[in-house]
Design a binder for this molecule. Sequence first.
Ligand code: C2O
Ligand code: CU
Length: 480
Amino acid sequence: MFIPASASSIDRRAFLALAGLASTLVLTRPLGAMASARDSTRRFELIARPVQAPLLGHVRPPVAAWGYGAGVPGPEIRLRQGERLRVEVVNRLPQETTVHWHGLRVPNAMDGVPHLTQPPIAPGQRFVYEFDVPDAGTYWYHPHHRSAEQVGRGLYGPLIVEEPEPLAVDRDLTWMLDDWRLTKQGQISETFEHPHDMSHGGQVGNLVTINGVDRSAFALRSGERVRLRLINAANARLFALQFSGHRPTVVALDGQPVTPHEPADGRVVLGPAMRVDLILDAVGKPGQRHTVRDTFYPRLQYDLLELVYEATPLRARPLETPVQLPANPLAEPDLGGAKTHEIRFQGGMMGTLAGATLNGRPMNMRQLMGRGKAWAVNGVVADGHMHEPVLTLERGRSYVIALRNDTRWHHPIHLHGHSFRVIRRNGQPTRHREWQDTVLMAPDEGVDIAFVADNPGDWMLHCHILEHQSGGMMSVIRVA
Ligand code: C2O
Ligand code: CU
């Protein structure tokens, strides 16, 4: 399944040339050693371009998609905590693009938001992103320009930052989940930002892929321990995965370590853009099969795949070594001294929003719908990425932001440039005070988050259901 680095790593090519090796068996590790012996910058090249993606496996015709390099997902960018990342992005798409490093605390100018933090990269042009990577964990990259279309066509890839001492596991794997809306002819439906999807739950597709392929089985060996990094790259689909016969342990959320725990009701819930790192202990017996079922939408439940046990066990019982990850260097918010602000998310079908302001003009819901909009943040509908900030925060101070979902829909709300603690849901303290960069709000839910505003710049705050984002559910928080 995994991700040919061939088209994408300048370093690797340089290394192969240096070493006089032609073998493709030389993968990232020797390269990594090489890179860090020289300096601690990891170099990659991402070429955004049309690709043929075998979403349905190699016996069915491929799907015309967009990808970074050779296919979907883009190459895994993997580096170690504290290293510097340098990525040269080449745009061979028929439209402008940018790359956003979702969840990484980067300097504002490297955040990949068109117009707000950089001019978009024109077709045929390049842009170099370079920054230090302070936090270990599971992240991803994707365009921030016309995201509903560009991410919807397959532009995304995993970005893994290794801890200095990784957890002891037998395999460290990433499942990048996505869904696609394919036509009867098996090609990507071009109905991006359809008004019905936009004003309801977003574009939920009809094909679910893992790492770019519709797969039905995942092989396991009795007794093995797998670190499974789940990334939801779908435009709008939420997942709630249930691993029958298994009790996976959540060890990180949105890349950030959390007290190891079993997910509530045994359901691993991921809104768009969210990540969950699981420790999956293979407690089944050789020859057994167990389903992984997605139960998020009660009327759209389906089996994602089967865990299939191989004939030979790896060991008699899974490992019992600790699975607590070391904390990342995040500033702890001072809740006593924190200022509180409220941000309300509004609109959508079956909601109460009568009207809101678009480009300075008050409009009713019908007028907004006529302009492809249905959502607002504190009464303002976003159009493009340039906004008057909804809040201006003082650099270095602690804040509590009371996020309020005044709609009948789920929203995964993402803040750029920071991770925040989720401290309360509907007034009740959360059990794990988890660090996240994308927090899922249920309909009518209120979620309080807290963080130190320590990264200067203008940062997007938006719903990561991409049709909601383009439909107006987006704003800017300034840290000055
Ligand atoms: Cu994953 Cu504003 O983005
Ligand atoms: Cu939303």
